[in-house]
Design a protein around this ligand. Structure first.
Ligand SMILES: [Zn+2]
Length: 177
């Protein structure tokens, strides 16, 4: 095991967890997020919203996938959270949804025919549908994804949906829609 770098890295993370718990970092966390915010973004480690948006524990709900794309699974997650929130908040706005795409996104690899065909074969998916998941122009894809989420019948009109682009070079988030 000792020659596997991941074992030591995980141990480091678990050490940090014990320090977190010992310092009471988990205390006071709530289920209904403090900022009434749901962030949907890429799993790229450069775009962790705990850092880029300064989110503390239980400030927001976060969904991350390749590219921060609005997939059928993400729509289902938003619908699920909405249904829970409707019970706690019978009237008025439920929460805000911020879709954040970013520059230099690795999901751009899905525009490469060789990469995409191999990946489609690997996960047994339709390669033409995967082409849609590529993020080459984050302003364009985030605009399309916000529209996809807003127009879904499963999504409550009591949600506010906005689209943003995080620039990995400047560290700034720009609101697009
Ligand atoms: Zn990305």
């Amino acid at each position: 095991m000792s020659n596997q770098p991941s074992a030591g890295n995980l141990e480091s993370a678990l050490d940090r967890n014990r320090a977190f718990a010992a310092a009471g970092g988990h205390e006071g966390a709530v289920v209904l997020p403090n900022l009434r915010l749901l962030v949907i973004t890429c799993l790229d480690p450069r775009t962790d919203p705990a850092h880029t948006l300064g989110l503390g524990l239980s400030d927001a709900m976060v969904v991350r996938n390749v590219g921060g794309r609005i997939t059928p699974e993400v729509i289902n997650d938003v619908a699920f959270i909405s249904q829970i929130a409707e019970t706690a908040l019978p009237d008025g706005p439920l929460f805000e949804v911020a879709v954040v795409h970013h520059t230099q996104c690795g999901a751009g690899a899905l525009a490469d025919d060789t990469f995409r065909l191999r990946y489609a074969d690997r996960i047994d998916a339709d390669e033409t549908a995967l082409r849609e998941h590529a993020v080459l122009d984050p302003k364009e894809t985030v605009t399309r994804d916000v529209e996809r989420l807003r127009s879904s019948d499963a999504i409550s009109p009591r949600l506010t949906v906005s689209g943003h682009v995080y620039d990995v070079v400047t560290g700034l988030v720009e609101t697009v829609t």
